[in-house]
Design a protein around this ligand. Structure first.
Ligand code: NAD
Ligand code: TDX
Length: 339
C-alpha cells in the first residue's frame, strides 16, 4: 500500500513514520511536510535511506502541489498530521492556524475525492472538546461530548473535524478521526511543556509554569498514539471518531516536579509566570470505544515513558540544542520575555 503521511517531520508524524516504516516493509510511506519551524529533517534522518520511505516537501494548503503528488503517488491511505500545533502561538498569531489546519485539511480532502482513496484519517485532538472542571474527576470526554473550543488552535482543529465529517457524509469519503490526549516522547519540539522543561532543567534555566500549575493533562506515550492510529486506519469503521487517551492525568506541577526529580535538579528552578489566556483546566479522555472495538490499550506506563523520554533527550542533545540555537531562540524571547 502507498500511505501518505502529512506533517511527518514533526513530533507525532515523525514517530509514526519511524513506526510504520519499521513495521510494514511492504508498504511505502510518503511523507509530505512543509518544514515550518516545527518540521525537522533530523527527525527523519534515521529512516531517510529506507527503501520504503520517501520525503516530499510541500504545503498541504497548496492545491496544485498536493494534486500533483496524488497523481504521481496514487495513495491508498492518507494520514493527516500536518498542523500548526502550539496553543500559545495560536493566541499570538491565529491566521496561519486557519490556513494550515482548515484550508490545508480541505485541500487534502478534495484530493482524496478527486483521485479516490481507501481511507483518509484525520489526526485531531482532545482539545476540540474544550475543558473539564477540576472538581469533577468523574467527568471524561467521550466521542459524544459536544465540540466546545477555547483557543484559536482548538477552534481550527474542530473546524477541520467538521469538514472531515461533512465530506464523509456528503461525498461518502471513507474517513476516520482520532482525538488524542497530550503526547510525550522522543522528537517533541521544545516549546511544549515536557521537552521545554527537560531542556531548561538541563541548562539550569527557570522552568516557567503557567498560573499555579494546577491544570491537568492526560499524558500518553507517543508510540501508543502511533499504534492506535495504525489500528484505526486498518480496522476502524469509516465515518467514526475514536478517542485515544492513557487514563494518566497529572497536574502540570506534578509533571514538572517529576522531570526535575529524574534529572536530580532543584525545584527552586520552578518559576510561576502569567497564565495562558483562556487556559483549559483539565483534559481527560474516555478511551473505552477504541478499547472495545479495536482492542487498543496504552502499553507504556507514565513512569516508564517519562524515563525513556528523558533518557532520549539526554542521549540526543544535539537534536534539541540545534533547535534552541535557531529561530526558536527568538520565539522564546517573544513569548516569555515580558512574562
Ligand atoms: P508538530 O508541530 O510537532 O508537527 C507538525 C508538522 O506539520 C511539522 O513537521 C510541520 O512542518 C508540518 N506542517 C505545518 N504546516 C504544514 C503545512 N501547511 N503543510 C505541510 N506540513 C505542515 O505537531 P505534533 O505535536 O506532532 O502534532 C501532530 C498532529 O497531532 C497535529 O495535527 C496535532 O493537532 C495533533 N495532536 C497533537 C497532540 C500533542 O500532544 N502533540 C495531541 C493530540 C493531537
Ligand atoms: O511553558 C509552559 N508552561 C506551562 O505551564 C508551557 C509551554 C505549557 N505550560 C502548561 C500549559 C498546559 O496546561 O502545560 C500544559 C501543556 O502545555 P502544552 O505542552 O502547550 O500542551 P497543551 O496546551 O495541553 O496542548 C497539547 O495537547 C493537545 C498540544 O500542544 C496540542 O497540539 C494537542 O492538540
Amino acid at each position: 500500500m502507498n500511505i501518505i503521511v502529512t506533517g511527518g517531520a514533526g513530533f507525532i508524524g515523525g514517530n509514526f513514520c519511524h513506526y510504520m516504516t519499521g513495521k510494514y516493509p511492504e508498504d511505502t510511506i510518503i511523507c509530505i511536510d512543509k518544514l515550518t519551524y516545527a518540521g525537522n529533517m533530523e527527525t527523519l534522518a534515521p529512516i531517510m535511506e529506507k527503501p520504503n520511505f520517501r520525503f516530499i516537501r510541500a504545503d498541504i494548503a497548496d492545491r496544485d502541489a498536493i494534486y500533483k503528488i496524488f497523481e504521481e503517488e496514487a495513495p491508498d491511505i492518507v494520514v493527516n498530521f500536518a498542523a500548526e500545533s502550539h496553543v500559545d502561538r495560536s493566541i499570538t498569531d491565529p491566521e496561519v492556524f486557519l490556513r494550515t489546519n482548515i484550508i490545508g485539511t480541505s485541500v487534502m480532502l478534495d484530493a482524496c475525492r478527486k483521485y479516490g482513496i481507501k481511507r483518509y484519517h484525520q489526526v485531531s485532538t482532545d482539545e476540540v472538546y474544550g475543558d473539564l472542571p477540576l472538581d469533577r474527576p468523574d467527568l471524561f470526554f467521550t466521542e459524544e461530548t459536544p465540540i466546545h473550543t477555547s483557543s484559536p488552535y482548538s477552534a481550527s482543529k474542530a473546524s477541520a473535524d467538521l469538514l472531515v465529517q461533512a465530506y464523509a457524509r456528503t461525498y461518502k469519503l471513507p474517513c476516520t478521526i482520532s482525538r488524542c490526549s497530550n503526547n510525550y516522547g522522543p522528537y517533541h519540539f521544545p516549546e511544549k511543556l515536557i521537552p521545554l522543561m527537560i531542556a531548561n532543567a538541563l541548562n539550569d534555566k527557570e522552568l516557567p509554569v503557567y498560573g499555579k500549575g494546577e491544570n491537568v493533562r492526560d499524558w500518553l506515550y507517543v508510540e501508543d498514539h502511533c499504534i492506535a492510529i495504525d489500528l484505526i486506519i486498518r480496522k476502524g469503521t469509516p465515518g467514526e471518531v475514536y478517542n485515544i487517551g492513557g487514563h494518566n492525568e497529572k497536574t502540570n506541577l506534578e509533571v514538572v516536579k517529576t522531570v526535575l526529580a529524574q534529572l536530580g535538579k532543584s525545584e527552586d528552578l520552578i518559576t510561576y509566570v502569567t497564565d495562558r489566556p483562556g487556559h483549559d483546566m483539565r483534559y481527560a479522555i474516555d478511551p473505552s470505544k477504541i478499547h472495545k472495538e479495536l482492542g487498543w490499550l496504552p502499553a507504556t506506563p507514565f513512569e516508564q515513558g517519562i524515563k525513556k523520554t528523558i533518557d532520549w533527550y539526554l542521549e540526543n542533545r544535539e537534536w534539541w540544542e540545534n533547535i534552541i540555537s535557531g529561530e526558536y531562540a527568538n520565539y522564546y524571547e517573544k513569548m516569555y520575555g515580558n512574562r
